[in-house]
Design a protein around this ligand. Sequence first.
Ligand code: KG4
Ligand code: ZN
Length: 397
Amino acid sequence: MHDSSGTGLILGIESSCDETAAAVVRSGSAALSNVVASQMALHANYGGVVPELASREHLRNIVPVVREAMSQAGIAFADLDAIAVTEGPGLAGALLVGITYAKALSFGLDKPLIGVNHLEGHIHAVLMEARQRAEAPMELPLLALVVSGGHTHLYLAKQGSESTWSYRNVGRTVDDAAGEAYDKVAKLLGLGYPGGPWIDALATHGNPRAVPFQFGHIKPRPYREGISFPNKKAPPAATGATFDFSFSGIKTAVLRYVETNHMRQSIEARRAALAADLAIKPRSPEAAPLCDQQTLDLLASFQYAVVGNLLRQTFAAAESFGARGIVVSGGVAANSELRRRFQAEADRRGLPIAFPSLALSTDNAAMIAAAAWPKFLARDFAPADLGPTPQLRLGER
Ligand code: KG4
Ligand code: ZN
């Protein structure tokens, strides 16, 4: 054990979007607890995250969620070595709840506070689980694809010494995130929120080659980050980036397909059927029969195109930067077709690849506590005036 590390117990707190989460992780490698209170059912009524409602729910949940994480870990507050909290990117009001509570705990317990970038957290979810399985560490540099409802980023990750990681952002979406495209297409087709699990489950019943969606050349466009909505004042994209993504075109192409093929009526019927029976989940036997074959083929074709695009850009970047391994994380990393095709491509190239378990793919706090561990070793503590940074970036471009 490292001299300054005590027992290595870090409490992580995450509240950047629509999950209130707390977890206790030992030495960045063993999750003693991982508690997530999801607000999904609440936001599902609106077809997306409502920031004001999210903050209020975080306020309601933060104390019981932290208490539960401590109790499941079987430790007392006094046993902790540090408190880690997501400082961004995310919704300002949502981040504020976690940060304020973490600061109060840190002050009250006289334990150091560590600010963690949510995107770095997603990457460390995978590294933590690999350590937990006692696997040999992946060789560096790693190419990390962080793909969720708010982000689609490629990072080249390196480790300077035991305690410092550095990142270079080598690819990003110029418009929608991949998960956002899943959510919007699902909503357009009368399916539930979040859309990813619906399309994942239903696409298996369709023909992925029925509709040939194309991804064209990406022109540099204003760049926005975080989970925010389009920001016209965002700085122009760095020119010359060749591993960028764009998912708003395919969403429009799906809309056009729906209009051309007069699918509105069947969509409304499906929307009504799902609204009338909230017990129907993506993998319920009742779900697929709510879709005609044309809809199932459309969903399969959409997913085939999105996963193919993510795959091409990721492996091209990995090759171009000489990555020794690939890590895929974030909500969309839960997708079964994505995992299957990425694994097959990695095997074909003889490149190691790692995904988080399903529980650690979507937002959680174990990943925040894990990412805080190298910072704890480096005594990289947050200032007393730590605040939320909704547009926080990870690494240099
Ligand atoms: O990481 P996450 O929980 O929150 C953000 O930071 O955004 O990711 C949520 C996103 C949503 O857009 C959701 O539709 C997508 O991840 N998602 C999936 C799947 N499960 C969740 N997308 C595709 N396939 C899935 N199985
Ligand atoms: Zn996330």
